[in-house]
Design a protein around this ligand. Structure first.
Ligand code: ZN
Length: 289
């Protein structure tokens, strides 16, 4: 297991820029990251779009940054009237990931159609959503493999099943990988986010099943008890109940050598200065992760 306390250069630390989206635009965030010695980031599409893809790509290059991922594609469930639009939007996400040289594109699959793609005909058919996810992902995988971008599907906590993701466990995600990319030739893999999977009684068994080649990204934050905000209620590492180091040991035992991506989506941290957030995240990375 890597010794993060000794990682003076933050070689394995990544900032998911969604964590500090309230603190300024993408360029401001990169400047703040540099002040703290951070050289790996994982941007969100809307942050990149707000400053322009070319400008974002140049700022990353000029600042010497590399990416640990790009967030995100997916949100497949919709109705027939919007299906082409969803497909095209996802193809654009793949193209952007390629332009930014992202090692993977995170995929959050979506829940019910009216939440995944507002304006779609409402439905309560969650099994139907899962079928749409499988079809949409199969199509996107062909496109992404053609462009050379790896997809990293991220199972989300079941509390998000209606609004964000009807894919909720590592087992479900791995079953999709086995079905859609059985010989692993298309690069379909997973994002393991401790916030979403820590509670799962099968978590260690399923991490062993992922193995080295299907583990594309590792996200860290903490689960606060009680959790009062379903979307922006995440805790800083060390402030909650997740055995982060144990989960990191498990993925590293499978050969994971990528960055630990700090993704603390928190309304509370959004109120505090970005430098305090980054300094705290780095300190916790070295001491509790
Ligand atoms: Zn995540």
């Amino acid at each position: 297991m890597r010794d993060l306390a000794a990682d003076a250069e933050l070689k394995f630390f990544s900032l998911n820029t969604g964590s500090v989206r309230a603190h300024g635009d993408f360029l401001t965030i990169l400047e703040a990251a540099r002040r703290h010695g951070i050289s790996i980031v994982s941007p969100w599409r809307e942050q990149v779009a707000a400053v322009g893809l070319d400008r974002a790509a140049r700022a990353l290059r000029d600042g010497g940054f590399t990416l640990s991922g790009y967030c995100r594609a997916g949100l497949f469930p919709t109705d027939a009237a919007h299906r082409d639009e969803v497909r095209d939007d996802n193809h654009r996400a793949v193209d952007e990931a390629a332009t930014l040289a992202a090692p993977c594109l995170v995929v959050v699959v979506g829940g019910l159609p009216q939440f995944a793609r507002p304006g779609s005909t409402p439905s309560k058919d969650i099994a139907g959503s899962r079928a749409e996810v499988r079809d949409g992902l199969a199509e996107l995988l062909e496109y992404a493999a053609g462009v050379g971008v790896k997809l990293a599907i991220e199972p989300l906590h079941p509390m998000t099943a209606a609004e964000r993701s009807c894919l909720n466990t590592l087992r479900q995600a791995l079953d999709l990988c086995d079905a859609l990319d059985p010989d692993r030739s298309k690069g379909l893999g997973l994002t393991v986010d401790v916030y979403h999977i820590w509670w799962d009684f099968e978590v260690h068994e399923q991490i062993r099943r992922i193995g080295r080649h299907r583990l594309h990204a590792f996200h860290i934050s903490d689960w606060l008890a009680p959790t009062v905000d379903l979307l922006a209620g995440r805790g800083m590492m060390g402030d909650g109940v997740i055995e982060i180091a144990k989960l990191r040991a498990a993925v590293e035992a499978e050969g994971f050598v990528g960055a630990c991506e700090v993704e603390v989506l928190s309304a509370e941290w959004a109120k505090r200065p970005i430098d305090e957030f980054l300094a705290t995240a780095i300190a916790r990375y070295r001491t509790v992760c």
